[in-house]
Design a binder for this molecule. Structure first.
Ligand SMILES: Nc1ncnc2c1ncn2[C@@H]1O[C@H](COP(=O)(O)OP(=O)(O)O)[C@@H](O)[C@H]1O
Ligand SMILES: [Mg+2]
Length: 331
């Protein structure tokens, strides 16, 4: 990546959200041999956040990232990174640090020497090397051979390399892939500290659980298409809560489902359990009022309940329902 002389030019005359996106795309598309692997993505990643870019394996995350970094040419669509057009990567790459699919380093060289080579090749000040080693927690291991590093240390050295140009945007492709829980926790802390220093971090993962605790913002894709982007709270709000009831006598479940239907609350009965889905975003108060009404009506028709619960889908549920992850349709 080239370090360009970045004069602080304002990106747009008008302030507001339009000026603050770190990444924005419109209709970003990539086809390989007639197959569309990234399909008309309209992305908007705000500046100054950790954005989790999630979707099952094969969803198109790496291809999207490659297009953002000028490594792959979009088939169609447009966009900006740090306010500069995708069509002119040289204008923004000097302010972007990236690690894609595991960094490539020379095994016999120390972490420090690997970084020194990269700094010299990239025309970056070698004085940055000890700073970035320290920054990723490799200060004490910088003189050990790369091949002696654990996977977590290798990933952190890759991040150190990405930090060399003092980027405003850090793009990390699956940095937690294969790490043990301690390594994932370390990575999370590192990403949060970059955000706290004012960097924007775009971090991909095929596992929501690996990024959900650190992500302020989420972008979810499935089969190349955007299925959600926004805050974690917004994502949870898209999901339908439900009331789940169990009757003392299994044969009463159908009676109870009819009672709910009579109230215009469509219900399903299966295996002695009745489920009443509620609209996405139904507040707790209203949901509890409905649960109480169902209890009253059940009592009225002589049906005794052994279970009455309000279930709210978890973030994981949302991920599975939106992306189809784990359901076998990953391509
Ligand atoms: N250079 C390429 N040529 C043909 N197909 C590709 C190429 N790169 C990626 N693909 C295909 O595009 C799809 C998306 O891949 P990728 O972007 O790597 O997904 P992810 O990173 O989400 O796992 C996959 O089906 C993959 O096989
Ligand atoms: Mg990938």
């Amino acid at each position: 990546m080239t370090l360009v002389d970045t004069d602080p030019r304002p990106t747009a005359a008008a302030p507001g959200p339009a000026a603050t996106a770190a990444v924005r795309t419109t209709g970003l598309t990539k086809t390989y041999g007639g197959r569309t692997v990234v399909d008309a993505l309209d992305l908007e990643v705000p500046a100054g956040v950790v954005s989790g870019f999630v979707g099952p394996n094969g969803a198109g995350k790496t291809t999207t990232i490659r297009m953002l970094l000028g490594l792959v040419r979009p088939t169609s669509g447009s966009g900006t990174v740090l306010g500069e057009p995708l069509a002119h990567p040289a204008r923004y790459l000097g302010s972007v640090g990236a690690m894609i699919e595991g960094p490539a380093f020379t095994p016999a060289l120390s972490g420090r020497d690997n970084l020194l080579v990269l700094a010299r090749v990239g025309g970056l000040p070698t004085a940055r090397v000890p700073q970035v080693l320290e920054r990723v927690g490799l200060g004490a291991r910088g003189d050990d051979a790369f091949r002696s590093y654990s996977l977590g240390m290798k990933q952190r050295l890759g991040i150190a390399a990405a930090l060399l140009p003092q980027p405003r945007l850090l793009v990390l492709d699956e940095p937690t892939n294969g790490l043990d829980p301690a390594g994932i926790a370390q990575m999370r802390e590192l990403l949060a500290s970059f955000r706290d220093e004012g960097m924007t971090v775009l971090v991909s993962s095929h596992l929501l659980a690996e990024v959900e605790q650190v992500a302020d913002h989420l972008v979810m894709i499935r089969r190349g298409r955007l299925v959600f982007q926004g805050s974690v709270a917004d994502l949870v709000a898209t999901q339908h809560p439900r009331i789940v009831l169990r009757t003392e006598r299994p044969e009463d479940a159908d009676v109870l489902a009819d009672v709910a239907a009579a109230l215009d609350w469509p219900a399903t009965s299966a295996g002695g359990e009745v489920t009443v889905p509620l609209a996405a975003g139904t507040p707790d108060g209203e949901a509890f009022a409905r649960a109480a009404e169902l209890n009253r009506r059940a009592h009225g028709v002589g049906v005794v309940l052994t279970r009455l619960e309000l279930e709210r889908p978890t973030l994981e549920d949302a991920f599975f329902s939106l992306t189809g992850a784990g359901s076998g349709d990953v391509r």
